[in-house]
Structures are given as structure tokens and as C-alpha cells.
Ligand binder design. Structure first.
Ligand code: PEP
Ligand code: MN
Length: 350
């Protein structure tokens, strides 16, 4: 896992001309970026769109365009497959890298059908499994295991964030919830884990910051959507980068990588010591809070009061969210933490 993996290309294959155009531009950008990356060229042929009236992808017609474009760039081609028919058609055409999209990972029947489809040379295939749309690490791991059990050994994962609706204060299209890929990495330390900065960010202007976060976190690579003419793209127009924007992003990432490799041993050890001590204090406080909750539980029992008093919790939450905003803490994260603390407190009172 030395080289970082870079999966680049348009959201979708739209026409032979568009694929030729993006491939020629990408080739130049990658040439300038050097060889410190394992490169893969992506384009979706079968697009899982929320609305049936949206562009659904060109299907098998785009297979030769994809293969030609990847050859121009000089790297393997990858595409999304959701059904055995997609996989078999792409494999037959010579494609050997496939990703399972978030909506498909969410469905174990579909993952099983892909894992058990009759592929002759499984060792020649590389799979990428995107996280499911909900923050369910079991479902994500289950998909990885289905592929491994079916005999695939080149299995990688892609973090593309989570659809949590309008309840989160996330500035991105998908909430990253970094705790989920961190847990994934803890369970599968040897499975390369990439970040799909484009689908997390949702807008071209924010892709670079997500990519930087991923690199600083030590992720093994990036998936980034690039289009020759993003404004005219038939899908995900807002988030696709121009080749020039990609060039700038790669320069930025290379600087982040260089800074991350600078040794800082003693300073880091001292800061970690402080973190450990702060955690000790934090947990001592949480334990004191639980003791108080148990005493409140006794009081409510003696006086016939209900354990859950919604108005009181609303008030606590409001105060904490305001505090978080004033102290530069993500209010959505503050709410999540407060919800867990409150739930534990309610359980202790019961
Ligand atoms: C994609 O990569 O084009 C895609 C549809 O991604 P996701 O499954 O992450 O939404
Ligand atoms: Mn897309």
C-alpha cells in the first residue's frame, strides 16, 4: 500500500466525443502530476439515479468508449456495476475494475448476486465497495466479506459519505461522518480505503478541502470526478472538476503529502500525552454525570415522575448547540454527542 490510488474520470460516459476529450485532457494532467499514484480511469455506464427522468447512463454502448479513453490515459478502466448483467458485459469487454455504488451496497441481495456471478478469472478483478447510504459499518463490511468469500482477493473500499437528510448541519452533499471509515479501517487495516471527495463535497469548490482531509487522515487514495466541460455534464454537473481544477488539486495534495512526511516525533508524543490526560478527565466527568443521573432517577421514582422530560432535554440541547456554535464545534456533532449522553442518562435512570 505504498502508492496512493487515484480514480479519476467523469461521473458518466455521455458520448464517444466526450470520453475522448476528457481522456486527452486527463492524460496531460496526470503526466504533470508524476507517477506517485496508481491511476484508474472511471466513468459510469449504468447510473443509479434517484429520478427516472434523469440521465440513466448509456449502458453497454459506452463500453468501447471507456476502454479507449482508459487506454489514452494509460491506465485501467473502472465502472459501476449493480447487476450481474452489467458485470458480465463489462468483464466480457475486457474491463477488470468495478465499483459497487452506495445504493447497491445497501442491499445484500444485490451484493450477493454480484459476488457470485460467473467470472472466470477472479484474480484479475479489482473491486471497490462504496459505503452504503446509511452509516452502517456492518453492511459495508458485509459487502466486503461477500466478495472475499466468493474468491476475490483484490477488494478495496471507498468512503463517499452518508445521506442523512436535512437534519445535519453538514456543509457537504453527503455528511462525511469520519468515524465510520475510521471504524472500517480498524476492522480491515489491510483493505485499501479511498475517499470519494466529489460525492462527499457535492460542489466543485469543496472537493479539494475534502481531498485534503482524506490525505491528512492517511486514506489510501481518492476518487474524483473530472469532466471536460462540467457545466454541460448530464449528471453531477455541480461537483465535477475541470482538468485545470484537478491539476491544482493534485498540486495541493502533493504539498499536503510532503508536509505529512516531515518528522515531528517529540512534539507529537507530547501532544498525545496531553490528549490521554484530557481523556482521563473527560471520562471521570462523564462517570460523575452518570452518578448524578442515577440519583435523579431515584428521586423521580420516589415522586412518581416520568424519566423522560422532553422540555428539559430540549432546553439542554438548545443550550449545548448554541455553546458549540460559539466554540467552533460542529453543531451536528454536538447534537450527536449530547444525544448519546442523554440516552445513557435516561437508561441509567430506568
Ligand atoms: C458514482 O460514483 O458515480 C456514484 C453514483 O456514486 P455513489 O454510489 O457513491 O453515489
Ligand atoms: Mn457522480
Amino acid at each position: 500500500m505504498n502508492n496512493k490510488i487515484l480514480i479519476l474520470g467523469p461521473c458518466a460516459a455521455e458520448s464517444a466525443a466526450q470520453m475522448d476529450a476528457v481522456a486527452v485532457l486527463l492524460k496531460d494532467v496526470l503526466h504533470a502530476a508524476g507517477t506517485q499514484y496508481e491511476q484508474v480511469f472511471r466513468a459510469g455506464l449504468w447510473k443509479p439515479r434517484s429520478q427516472p427522468s434523469s440521465f440513466q447512463g448509456v449502458g453497454t454502448e459506452g463500453l468501447p468508449w471507456l476502454i479507449k479513453a482508459a487506454a489514452t490515459v494509460g491506465c485501467p478502466a473502472a465502472t459501476e456495476v449493480a447487476q450481474p448483467e452489467h458485470l458480465l458485459a463489462a468483464y466480457e469487454a475486457g474491463i477488470r475494475q468495478f465499483w459497487i455504488g452506495a445504493r447497491t451496497t445497501s442491499n445484500p441481495f444485490m451484493v450477493e448476486a454480484l459476488a457470485t456471478a460467473p467470472i472466470e478469472d477472479k484474480q484479475s478483478v479489482t473491486w471497490y465497495v462504496k459505503n452504503p447510504t446509511s452509516p452502517d459499518v456492518e453492511l459495508w463490511c458485509g459487502a466486503i466479506e461477500r466478495l472475499q468469500r466468493a474468491g476475490y482477493t483484490h477488494v478495496r473500499a471507498i468512503h463517499r459519505g452518508f445521506a442523512l437528510g436535512e437534519h445535519t448541519a453538514s456543509a457537504y452533499r453527503n455528511t462525511p461522518m469520519w468515524s465510520v471509515p475510521i471504524e472500517f479501517k480498524r476492522r480491515y487495516p489491510t483493505v485499501p480505503l479511498l475517499t470519494d471527495a466529489s460525492h462527499i463535497a457535492g460542489s466543485a469548490g469543496r472537493v479539494s478541502e475534502v481531498a485534503e482531509q482524506a490525505m491528512r487522515m492517511g486514506m489510501n487514495g481518492l476518487m474524483i470526478e473530472v469532466h471536460n466541460n462540467p457545466v454541460e455534464a448530464l449528471s453531477d454537473a455541480e461537483q465535477q472538476l475541470t482538468p485545470q481544477a484537478l491539476r491544482e488539486l493534485l498540486q495541493h495534495i502533493a504539498q499536503v503529502g510532503a508536509a505529512a512526511n516531515t518528522p515531528s516525533g517529540a512534539e507529537l508524543a507530547a501532544l498525545r500525552q496531553q490528549i490521554d490526560e484530557t481523556d482521563d478527565e473527560l471520562w471521570a466527568l462523564l462517570s460523575r454525570r452518570m452518578d448524578i443521573a442515577r440519583q435523579i432517577g431515584d428521586y423521580k421514582r420516589r415522586n412518581g415522575l416520568p424519566v423522560l422530560q422532553q422540555a428539559r432535554y430540549d432546553e439542554l440541547l438548545r443550550r449545548r448547540i448554541r455553546w458549540a456554535q460559539e466554540h467552533g464545534i460542529d453543531p451536528a456533532a454536538a447534537k450527536q454527542m449530547m444525544d448519546i449522553i442523554h440516552e445513557q442518562s435516561v437508561l441509567a435512570q430506568l
